[in-house]
Design a protein around this ligand. Structure first.
Ligand code: NDP
Length: 262
């Protein structure tokens, strides 16, 4: 038996992100905003990005002095090395990267144009690789870092009318395993979170114009309700923290039980 549990241990400091800096793409709204909020609540600092300045400004006002923003479009891949360089020079070393920015398109597969397909894959997959590579170079040199991809249960199930989205998220899941394997020797962990139905603008749009879609979604969800963005935020805090120091290469479903299957 080890010595008595100390006061520090009682305060769960193993989940603390004190002294850590996180870069969160798409952090001005939806799931990304709550990931930022949970990381700040856990003691960390955040830099959030997005294409529009106003939501980023509003979000940082709410998050307080430990949050700053950079206007950045992740699809402009040539800008991503510079983004990382700028943050590392002006704010500090990036300890945690959350690849959250993502877009969806709800269309029957045969109506999806090449341009549609490329746009989704470019945002949800290609840019994720470029930004991850830029951050990982720095993290590997410091022998420490946590990279988190926001995937989707659409990577696992045949959800109709999201062919490009599902393809992009499945590919991200594959990338997680390879990068986790390549980076683990240098103290950098790579994991994914696979959200189920979460209450955000994106899921509202996906449910719109199809009254039966919500009922079908709930039939697939044993817990019988949508999740909240902060449910993803706390999972991200766990994966970024010391509590997950032996966790790499996994995809954590946060989905009210969708992944139990039927
Ligand atoms: P939202 O549409 O509510 O938010 C998306 C965020 O990403 C916005 O802040 C947007 O800001 C930003 N964004 C979009 N494109 C870009 C870009 N090219 N460059 C930089 N930022 C961008 O979506 P959610 O919060 O619902 O989704 C967040 C993540 O969670 C996505 O990866 C999504 O696939 C995933 N997910 C969501 C689920 C859900 O039920 N909501 C379920 C499963 C996965 P701006 O427009 O200003 O650029």
């Amino acid at each position: 038996m080890e010595e008595q549990i100390t006061e520090t241990q009682k305060n769960l400091t193993v989940f603390s992100l004190e002294g850590k800096l996180a870069l969160i793409t798409g952090g001005g709204s939806g799931i990304g905003f709550d990931i930022a909020r949970c990381i700040v609540q856990a003691g960390g600092r955040v830099v959030i990005t997005g294409r529009r300045e106003q939501p980023l400004q509003e979000a940082t006002n709410v998050l307080g002095e430990r949050a700053t923003y950079q206007v950045n479009d992740v699809t402009e891949r040539a800008s991503l090395n510079k983004l990382v360089e700028r943050i590392e020079t002006t704010v500090g070393p990036i300890d945690i990267l959350v690849n959250n920015a993502g877009i969806n398109l709800k269309k029957p597969a045969l109506d999806v144009t090449d341009e549609d397909f490329d746009r989704i894959v470019h945002t949800n997959l290609n840019s994720v690789f470029s930004l991850t590579r830029a951050c990982a170079q720095q993290m590997m040199a410091r022998k420490s870092g946590s990279i988190i991809m926001i995937s989707s249960m659409a990577a696992y199930y045949g959800i109709d009318r999201v062919v490009a989205y599902a393809a992009s998220k499945s590919a991200v899941e594959g990338m997680v395993k390879v990068l986790a394997s390549e980076f683990s020797g240098n103290g950098v962990r790579v994991n994914a979170i696979a959200p189920g139905f979460i209450e955000t603008a994106m899921s509202k749009t996906a449910m719109s114009g199809d009254p039966d879609r919500f009922a079908r979604a709930m039939r697939r969800t044993p817990m019988g309700a949508f999740g909240k963005p902060e449910d993803i935020g706390w999972a991200a805090v766990f994966l970024a923290s010391e509590a997950a120091r032996y966790v790499t290469g996994v995809s954590l479903p946060v989905d009210g039980g969708n992944s139990i299957g039927f």
